[in-house]
Design a protein around this ligand. Structure first.
Ligand code: SDX
Length: 431
């Protein structure tokens, strides 16, 4: 399970030889440890977008992007999606093992007990304009939790358990409350008996004047959606959480920084962008070929949203599962979404196009997920909020792992300075 020293790599520079330890991970992936390179050789490494840099050691999630493998704590994502619930997955990510029956019951109870947000926070929702993006609201609400649930810099085990449960549970309450406020309906409080996803859907869609009943097929689809989004090792938002957390900042502020990073259309925001793209193609009555042409054009800003990935050089295993769920949900009698047909045609066209083949661009997690959320009645601008709810256990597992590592240091990358060389400052009167 741990890293193993397995030889040295030699670096020859300026007539000298430097030996750098090579470490082997659990699945035989190799890493050159360059941490002494600057001290020994005066060199830093330069790696645009951290494309080839392991920022830490981690025992949470394993990805083999060439083979399309994703595992949480050693378990294949396909099995987790098939057999597990979101809360069990959260427990697994946080604590490293599947819970016993007793641990599962206690964890569920703790989540239910933690689902309310302080009543004074309800006023905040009223202050946002109707047009506010829910990700902005979410990130400031989560940072505001630090004021209502203050915690010391170093947490006891009990405080940590409560903080983790608060964030996993309250994020769902905040998301549903912000939706209710945006449509001008009274908020629906969380229930202390409903399961995680049912509770969320109930807070979103029930009201004093309707008899809302959760559709079990939709609830299971959302559950799998959340499970599939629960962690993805050192992605942009998780790296932001680790980076901010390394300063020992308040955990609510740390998670808020992750929400900000996830919002962007190159990352979690892509699930909203995919549906916008499919809707545009539908509105133009096109088959997507014009769009694909624009996505390949370097002079255009268009990209095929939901395609491509930094790590996967073949089909994202999560996208495969989500595509199947789309079929289950959207092929039901009486249900039809023309955007699903467009997505299927777009995928087929891209996967047979040289541009996408040469660059190993395949559907990623965001390509099909929005269609499921749309079928569940989730408004488009809340798609990334659902990604956030799903990703919360992963962010917290990384935050916890980092803090439990006795040797963790503040994150502080170096740079290669390319600005002006030293020059004389001329006071304004003399210029
Ligand atoms: C997520 O990292 C994670 O794990 C993230 C995530 C998670 O669970 O946390 O998996 C979730 O963020 C999924 C990705 C969602 N984003 C999108 O779907 C947006 C569209 N895709 C991209 O913009 C892009 O593919 C990225 C951001 C996902 C990856 O960017 P990289 O690794 O920096 O790849 P790149 O931009 O260097 O692309 C390599 C080549 C380039 O062409 P060349 O310059 O070599 O000629 O492929 C092209 C790119 O222009 N390319 C695309 C494309 N994606 C890459 N061309 C058209 N359409 C695309 N979608």
């Amino acid at each position: 399970m741990s890293d193993e020293n397995c030889g040295v790599a030699e670096l020859h520079y300026d007539g000298k030889k430097y030996e750098l330890p090579v470490l082997r991970g659990t699945e035989n992936e190799l890493a050159v440890d360059i941490s002494t390179l600057r001290k020994d050789a005066g060199l830093v490494t330069l790696d645009n977008g951290f494309g080839n840099t392991a920022a830490c050691k981690s025992a949470i999630t394993y990805i083999d992007g060439e083979k399309g493998i994703l595992r949480y704590r050693g378990y294949d994502i396909e099995d987790i999606a098939k057999f597990s619930s979101f809360t069990e997955t959260a427990y697994l990510l946080l604590y490293g093992e599947l819970p016993t029956d007793e641990q599962r019951a206690n964890f569920s109870q703790l989540l239910n007990r933690s689902s309310l947000i302080h009543e004074d926070m309800h006023h905040f929702f009223n202050a946002y304009p109707k047009t506010a993006h829910p990700m902005g609201i979410l990130s400031s609400m989560v940072a505001s939790l630090s004021a209502f649930y203050p915690v010391p810099e170093t947490l006891t085990d009990e405080q940590e358990r409560e903080v983790l449960a608060n964030l996993i549970s309250q994020i769902r309450t905040i998301a549903a409350f912000s939706y209710k406020k945006s449509v001008g309906e009274p908020i629906i409080y969380p229930s202390c008996t409903m399961r995680y996803v049912h509770n969320f859907l109930n807070m979103m869609f029930s009201s004093p004047v309707n008899d809302y009943e959760v559709d079990p097929e939709i609830a299971r689809a959302i559950e799998i959606f959340l499970v599939l989004h629960a962690d993805h090792e050192q992605n942009c938002s998780t790296s932001s959480v680790r980076m901010a957390g390394s300063s020992l900042a308040n955990v609510y502020a740390v998670i808020s920084s992750g929400i900000g990073a996830l919002w962007g259309s190159r990352h979690g925001g892509a699930n909203q962008a995919v549906i916008e793209m499919l809707s545009r193609i539908h509105a133009e009555k096109g088959n997507g070929s014009e769009f694909i042409k624009r996505a390949k054009d370097k002079n255009s800003n268009e990209r095929l949203m939901g395609f491509g990935h930094r790590v996967y050089k073949q089909y994202d295993p999560r996208a495969k599962i989500l595509k199947n769920i789309c079929h289950k949900v959207l092929d039901r009698p009486g249900v039809n979404d023309p955007l699903f047909d467009i997505a299927l045609r777009l995928e087929e066209a891209a996967l047979t196009d040289d541009y996408f083949i040469e660059r190993n661009l395949y559907p990623n997690v965001d390509f099909y997920s929005g269609l499921i959320l749309k079928a569940a009645g989730i408004p488009q601008n809340m798609f990334t909020v659902l990604f956030t709810i799903g990703r919360m256990p992963g962010w917290l597992a990384h935050w916890r792992e980092m803090h439990n590592d006795a040797g963790f240091r503040i994150a502080r990358p170096r740079q290669l300075y390319t600005g002006a060389a030293k020059r004389e400052f001329i006071p304004v009167q003399e210029r």
